[in-house]
Design a protein around this ligand. Structure first.
Ligand SMILES: CC/C=C\C/C=C\C/C=C\CCC/C=C/C(=O)SCCNC(=O)CCNC(=O)[C@H](O)C(C)(C)COP(=O)(O)OP(=O)(O)OC[C@H]1O[C@@H](n2cnc3c(N)ncnc32)[C@H](O)[C@@H]1OP(=O)(O)O
Length: 281
C-alpha cells in the first residue's frame, strides 16, 4: 500500500528476527500473531536520540513488519524511563562530517516516509518526553496516547534551527495551521494536558495504564478491514508525503547548507552546553 516511490528504497538489514521477536541494539520488537499487533520499544540510551543508525533501524523494523502477513498494527513506545525520544541526536548536526550529514538527513526522511505512510495501523504510546523529532514520530502515528507530566512539541527554534516543511505539514495536519504557526515560532513544548486540549495527543492515561490502553485502541484499529483502513490512511496522507518525495534531494541539500552555517553551529554548541549545565545543577 505504501506508495511505489517508497518501495524504491531497500533499507540496510540490521534487525534480526527470532520467531515472533526482532532485536537490534536499539530496538526490541515482539509480534503477537494472534492479534496481529507488534510492539516496538526504542532503547537507544540515554534518551533515544535519533542518530543515523537508529533511524535506519526504525525504518528496517517497519519494513520487516509490513512484510509479515500476520502483522496489522504497530505500537511504538520507549524502553527508556521518562523519555519517549529526545528527537534528533544533536551530535549529528554539531560539527558534522558533511557526507554523514547528507546520509543522516536522508535516513530521517526515509524513516518518516515509511512510518507516515505505512499500511500498518500505528499507535504511539508516549511514555516520556517527546521533543522535536520525538514529536515527529508521535504525530506520524495514527493515534497518540500520552502519560501525564511530560512534554511534547516541535521546539526547534529554541535550538536556533528551523523545523523543515514536512515536520510543519505533519503538525498542521494534526493541530491545524494557526496552532502550528504559534507552536513553531515559540518552539512550544506542550505539557501532556495542553497537548490533549490542542489535539496533539488523543488520550491521556497513567504510565501504568498506557500499554493496556494502547493495546485496547489497537484492537479497534485492526478489527477494521485492513485494505479499507490502509487506503483511508493513504487518502489522508499521500499528498503530504508526495511533497517530500518529489523534493528529497533538494531538502537534503537545504538541510546540509543550513547546518553548516557558522551561526547555526554556534546555536547548537550553545544549546548542548545548556543541556550539560542543566544536568550539573
Ligand atoms: C526555510 C527553512 C530553511 C532551511 C531549513 C532546512 C533544514 C532544517 C534544519 C534543521 C532541522 C532540524 C530538526 C531538528 C529536530 C530535532 O529533533 S532537534 C533535537 C531537539 N531535542 C531537544 O531539544 C531535547 C534536548 N534534551 C532534553 O531536553 C532532555 O535531555 C530530555 C528532556 C530529553 C531528557 O532530560 P534528562 O532525563 O534530564 O536527561 P539529560 O538532559 O541529562 O540528557 C542525558 C544525556 O543525553 C544528552 N542529550 C539529550 N538530548 C539529546 C539530543 N537530542 N541529542 C544528543 N544528546 C542529547 C544530554 O546532553 C546528556 O548527555 P551527557 O551529559 O550525559 O553526555
Amino acid at each position: 500500500m505504501a506508495s511505489s516511490i517508497l518501495r524504491r528504497f531497500i533499507p540496510r538489514k540490521t534487525t534480526w528476527m527470532y520467531g515472533q521477536r526482532m532485536m537490534s541494539s536499539t530496538i526490541d520488537v515482539s509480534v503477537d500473531e494472534q492479534t496481529g499487533i507488534a510492539l516496538m520499544k526504542m532503547k537507544r540510551k540515554p534518551v533515544n536520540s535519533l542518530n543515523l543508525e537508529f533511524l535506519q533501524d526504525i525504518r528496517n523494523t517497519i519494513v520487516t513488519l509490513e512484510q509479515n502477513k500476520k502483522c496489522k498494527g504497530l505500537i511504538l513506545t520507549s524502553d527508556v524511563p521518562k523519555i519517549f525520544s529526545a528527537g534528533i541526536d544533536i551530535l549529528e548536526m554539531y560539527q558534522p562530517n558533511e557526507e554523514r550529514l547528507h546520509n543522516f538527513w536522508r535516513a530521517l526522511q526515509d524513516m518518516w516516509l515509511q512510518l507516515y505512510m505505512t499500511p500498518l495501523a500505528t499507535i504511539a504510546a508516549i511514555n516520556g518526553h517527546s521533543p522535536a523529532g520525538g514529536c515527529l514520530i508521535s504525530i506520524s502515528c495514527d493515534y497518540r496516547i500520552m502519560a501525564p507530566n511530560y512534554t511534547i512539541g516541535l521546539n526547534e527554534t529554541l535550538l536556533g534551527i528551523v523545523a523543515p516543511f514536512w515536520f510543519k505539514d505533519a503538525m498542521c495536519n494534526t493541530v491545524g495551521y494557526r496552532e502550528t504557526e504559534i507552536a513553531l515560532a515559540l518552539g512550544k513544548l506542550y505539557s501532556t494536558d495542553e497537548a490533549l486540549q490542542k489535539g496533539l495527543v488523543d488520550e491521556v492515561v497513567t504510565s501504568e495504564q498506557i500499554m493496556e490502553a494502547a493495546q485496547r485502541k489497537m484492537l479497534e484499529y485492526v478489527k477494521i478491514p485492513n485494505m479499507a483502513r490502509a487506503m483511508s490512511k493513504q487518502l489522508m496522507r499521500q499528498e503530504t508525503a508526495d511533497k517530500l518525495c518529489s523534493t528529497q534531494d533538494s531538502d537534503v541539500q537545504n538541510f546540509v547548507n543550513f547546518c553548516l552555517q557558522d551561526k547555526v553551529q554556534q546555536s547548537l554548541g550553545f544549546y548542548l552546553e545548556q543541556l550539560k549545565k542543566r544536568k550539573s545543577k
